[in-house]
Write a protein that binds this ligand. Structure first.
Ligand code: NAP
Length: 300
């Protein structure tokens, strides 16, 4: 069995060291094709049949929307890393606070050298709606709730952490009508693709703020612009966009009410990633259930 990593050299140097200690055969970028049984990557090469003995593709991140369906006999697993969950939680909390305290407005003033104080809002009781109450959404809810925000949650099933007022698929409109700051932490699926369009944004309270850390294709940037121009939304912070990278001349870069970061909310820690990959290889060797196995029917 051999593990092939397609990914940056900084990650490969940690993976190589850990594999050497564990006595596992490791390759970076290229390998004798017949030896490769486990392939770790973000996006696999188009033709996986070049690896005739491939058993498992290991996605180095949590989102698998960029992954094609695997060929017969090849399993797909994703890396659920606490490092990513915590990093994305941090970014979401930062973005929520930045919008809540009108940082887009103060940054615009600062560029003009203007010293002018607005009203300072309290976080206690301010309503934050989190769409997607999985691993990351639950962590964000815990932190924001601990700071005094009134956290509401939305998920397909209505499942969410204790103490959070949850809404299910049928409760979307009521949920949106209360979300003064809306945080998106949904996976990209056929059901969430293009979800945030004009009609959706119109259901938020007037002047709402949007924090987007899910996947770019969930939000129409044209609809966002219209909502900002009409005052329906007051500001937005985006870590993910469609397309990525966002073109240098895109309106969102220079809009005074928008802050864009280049998909940097979270990244799997290299050591945590290889520990997960090794746990997959060991489970596979022992004929046990693979950690992080993805339903190939993509029921998520
Ligand atoms: P997770 O644990 O799988 O949770 C997904 C949540 O979304 C669940 O509450 C699920 O509800 C809900 N959901 C609503 N509609 C859904 C649908 N149509 N299909 C599937 N789930 C649906 O996910 P996570 O680990 O918290 O990650 C959430 C997302 O964050 C990722 O998929 C990715 O898009 C994004 N992310 C972004 C970054 C970044 O750097 N910006 C990094 C990591 C992750 P039910 O439980 O009721 O199904």
């Amino acid at each position: 069995m051999a593990l092939l990593l397609l990914g940056p050299a900084v990650r490969a140097s940690v993976w190589s060291e850990v594999c050497a200690e564990a006595g596992e055969v490791f390759y970076h970028e290229t390998a004798p094709a017949e030896e490769v049984t486990h392939l770790a990557c973000w996006v696999p090469p188009e033709d996986l049949s070049v690896y005739p003995n491939l058993r498992v593709v290991i996605c180095v991140g949590a989102g698998v929307d960029q992954m094609p369906l695997m060929p017969e006999g090849v399993s797909l697993v994703r890396t659920h890393a606490a490092s990513v969950d915590e990093m994305v939680r941090d970014w979401v909390v930062m973005a929520t606070l930045m919008l809540h305290r009108d940082m887009p407005g103060y940054l615009a003033q600062a560029r003009e050298g203007v010293w002018q104080a607005g009203t300072i809002p309290r976080s206690r009781g301010a309503k934050v709606g989190i769409m997607g109450m999985g691993r990351i959404g639950s962590l964000a809810a815990e932190t924001l709730g601990g700071m005094g925000f009134d956290v509401l949650g939305w998920s397909r099933s209505g499942r969410g952490p204790e103490g959070v007022r949850m809404f299910d698929a049928g409760g979307m409109e009521r949920f949106l009508s209360e979300a003064e700051t809306l945080i998106c932490l949904l996976p990209l699926t056929p059901a969430t693709q293009g979800l945030m369009d004009d009609a959706f944004l119109a259901k938020l309270p007037k002047g709402a703020r949007l924090v987007q850390a899910g996947r770019g294709a969930q939000l129409s940037l044209d609809a966002l612009r219209r909502a900002l121009d009409s005052g329906q939304l007051s500001s937005a912070m985006l870590d993910v966009t469609e397309p990525e990278p966002l073109p240098a001349d895109h309106w969102a870069w220079s809009h005074n009410r928008v802050i864009v970061t280049p998909h940097v909310a979270g990244q799997t820690d290299a050591r945590e990633g290889i520990e997960h990959a090794l746990s997959v290889i060991r489970a596979d060797r022992a004929g046990q259930a693979l950690p992080g196995l993805v339903d190939q029917g993509r029921g998520y």
